[in-house]
Design a binder for this molecule. Sequence first.
Ligand code: B16
Ligand code: MG
Length: 223
Amino acid sequence: MIKAIIFDLDGVVVDTAKHHFKAWSLVAKKLNVPFAEDQNEDLKGVSRANSLEKILQWGDLEISLDKKQELLDYKNKIYLNLISKISSKDLLPGVYHLIETFRKNGFKIALGSSSKNAIPILKKLELFDLFDEIVGGNLVSISKPNPEVFLKASSLLGVPKEKCLVFEDAQSGIQAALNAGMYCIAVENKGNLIGAHKKVNSLNEISDISALINDLADKKPKT
Ligand code: B16
Ligand code: MG
């Protein structure tokens, strides 16, 4: 049965989606591409470079590699500025308690995030030491929905993929977990996400991890 838990970072552990949105809004403004909050849903879980490609597609724009790099650096500079003061106060409800509970019950814990800023963010949140393995955007070559990030976490933990459970807030991340052959719980309160084995509005809805694991045992990883 399930032996390892893999947490997505942005949108599951910490409330940073609004900061990514703000930073991408400024990039889109520079490019004169209309960019609304619902479009930001399509960027969740997607790497920085692939997110820029999507915005360029929405605007039907082609730009040079140098200009792309300039915009990626600009976006990250704004984002880093916006998150400069994040702390454990910005953790999403229930996440700290849930990680601690899984740890006390012998589960391995990993991070599986597209973010290249994952390690400094975990340090700011004072969570770094709670993770057995951390796989961020610097360790993967193909972004979610490709399963690479989660398969790397499973391999580093030494736990087979079919014994891993992923918590995700993005459609691209749910697809990555399913593509990896893992269990997946969607964390969202808008009712937009499809395909996960189970949905919760917030992690603080999970009070009994044995019941949760038993509930998943009746299902199979969807491959
Ligand atoms: P960075 P996750 C993802 O993190 C975010 O959801 C996505 O909006 C962002 O573009 C991506 O990380 C890359 O982040 O610019 O910090 O490298 O949800 O996979 O934890
Ligand atoms: Mg996320």
